[in-house]
Design a binder for this molecule. Structure first.
Ligand code: ADP
Ligand code: MG
Length: 522
């Protein structure tokens, strides 16, 4: 009896399988390719990318996370780098390019080590060991400075440099950002991102950007007869429409005569008037409604001198409720004064073509709005991304332990620290630890390249300056750069950005290196 071995199919015929070295090198290549796509945007002299999607929409940006998100990446390993950028964006809000470039470099060095027959698990162990050393080095780099407004503004500014900010300097914006964060966050308690709102408006140059203490919404009054300004305002926030209840007209009245029709209309009118009267009786001055307000209700509200807004975005309604202390009400029966919020002033102001509504001096919570201006949508969009990063790093610096020197100096220090401890690591793992140090140095190397310097000369000089002075970064100056002290130049990054970049990059790179089998559905 011949027992012929039957092939064992565990995969459907519809999947494709890549194994061993092939899988590794294809993953590594994909990862490196993605990282190098964002490399040229790093730092103050970084370039922008223009991304055009299949329907022709254009995004011009310098923001690593945005670029990767818009690139529509399909390769699964490349997708992991996109996730690194997203993790970085979600957890600290900045450093996305740094984290992506670092991941790409860790992969590139891993490829060399694999070629030298280092086992993937040895590389993974070495990288993890080195990442632990890197965190120690970052701790040592945290500056012993008081986080006053100037230092925070420097942090905010260095997160924005290289991003297009129109005709306003990053320095001016940085102060707006610090004022905004300081207004709502004193470092105790949790920072609520909703407290710093951003509203963009084209039609003026970006230097017209301003900080408003309050909530600004992109809405006009429903009726021109309503007041433009209300001081000391009782504010109601409503999440239901003010209109005749659906179905009522046809189910409850069967209309067969003119009299009946008039009676029906009168009943409707009375219902609608009743809404406005109830609000007026309860003492409401300003009504924000997330749904429609019927014309007849609008007219009646106007007669009562109440200012009303309809079809608010729910995020706007939430912000107003939060700032003024108003409850979000589901109907207008049984209104009570305790349900209303309070604001020092609600006013409507003209901005170019249209009008914006300002709710200032809310009694419940401090909320500020950065009103960003720019000539075109592309300018304000990029400005918004820059400001978002700046708000995040300012909060990160206040919340989670301080700032480190920027401009590549912290990475130089990490590389030196890791290298100097590599000797203590046994066996071939040491090679991976050293490779990690070289990979981290890619950040200053890339900053140097993007600044128009020779990267190899720059690294040599960075190392020797670091040996001598204990600190060395790439200070960009006009069209080129010099090696110098970022603290003197006022370039700081939050320590949290570096910590997260090291963690996220190491996790992704080691995960990719460990894969030796790719099974993909066709
Ligand atoms: P990321 O997405 O990683 O934040 P950026 O393009 O914002 O990328 O570049 C951040 C890097 O640029 C950081 O290492 C930061 O220290 C550095 N940097 C910022 N401002 C300056 C400056 N004026 N001179 C040199 N380096 C700077
Ligand atoms: Mg940045």
């Amino acid at each position: 009896m011949s027992t012929r071995m039957q092939p064992l199919y565990v995969l459907s015929g519809n999947s494709e399988r890549t194994r061993g070295g092939d899988a590794q090198s294809s993953n590594i290549r994909a990862g490196k390719a993605v990282a190098s796509a964002v490399r040229t945007t790093l730092g103050p002299r970084g370039m922008d990318k223009m991304l055009v999607d299949s329907s022709g929409n254009v995004v011009v940006t310098n923001d690593g996370a945005t670029i990767l998100e818009e690139m529509d990446i399909e390769h699964p390993a490349a997708q992991m780098i996109v996730e690194v950028a997203q993790t970085q964006e979600d957890s600290v809000g900045d450093g996305t390019t740094t984290a992506s470039v670092l991941t790409g470099e860790l992969l590139a060095y891993a490829e060399d080590l694999l070629d030298d027959d280092l086992h993937p698990t040895v590389i993974v162990e070495g990288y993890n060991e080195a990442a632990r050393l890197a965190q120690e080095a970052i701790d040592e780099q945290v500056l012993d400075v008081e986080l006053d407004d100037d230092v925070l503004a420097s942090v905010a500014e260095s997160s924005m440099t290289g991003k297009g900010t129109g005709d306003v300097t990053a320095d001016v914006l940085a102060h707006h950002v610090v004022d905004a964060v300081r207004a709502v966050h004193d470092g105790s308690g949790r920072f609520d991102p909703d407290d710093v709102r951003i509203l963009t408006r084209t039609g003026a140059s970006s230097s017209a950007t301003e900080l408003v203490e309050g909530v600004v919404i992109d809405k006009e009054r429903v009726n021109d007869g309503m007041p433009r300004t209300v001081e000391d305002a009782a504010v109601a926030v409503l999440t239901t429409k003010l209109d005749v209840r659906e179905g009522e007209a046809d189910t409850e009245y069967t209309i067969s005569s003119v009299d009946q029709l008039e009676a029906a209309i009168e009943a409707e009118d009375a219902e609608l008037r009743g809404y406005a009267d109830a609000l007026a009786d309860a003492g409401v001055d300003v009504l924000f409604c997330t749904k429609k307000i019927a014309d007849r209700v609008q007219d009646r509200l106007a007669k009562h001198g109440i200012v009303a807004f309809e079809s608010l975005k729910s995020s706007d309604a939430r912000a107003i409720a939060r700032a003024t202390g108003a409850k979000q009400l589901g109907d207008v029966t049984d209104l009570e004064a305790a349900d209303f919020g309070h604001a020092e002033r609600v006013s409507i102001r003209r901005f170019g073509e249209d009008e914006l509504t300002f709710v200032e001096g809310g009694e419940a919570a401090k909320t500020v709005t950065l009103l960003l201006r720019g000539g075109t949508e592309h300018v304000v969009d990029e400005l918004e991304r820059a400001i978002n990063d700046a708000v995040d790093v300012t909060v990160a610096a206040i919340d989670s332990g301080g700032v480190v020197p920027g401009a590549g100096a912290t990475e130089v220090a990490i590389a030196e620290y890791v290298r100097s401890h590599a000797g203590g690591v046994e066996g071939r793992k040491q090679l991976a630890v050293e490779a990690f140090a070289d990979a981290v140095e890619a950040i200053p190397r890339t900053l140097a390249t993007n600044t128009g310097m020779d990267p190899i000369d720059a690294v040599v000089e960075l190392r020797s300056t670091f040996d001598r002075e204990g600190i060395a970064g790439i200070i960009s100056e006009g069209r080129t750069g010099t090696i110098g002290d970022p603290i003197e130049a006022g370039v700081f990054d939050p320590a949290a950005v570096k910590r997260e970049a090291v963690t996220a990059a190491t996790e992704a790179a080691t995960m990719i290196v460990r894969i030796d089998d790719v099974i993909a559905a066709k």
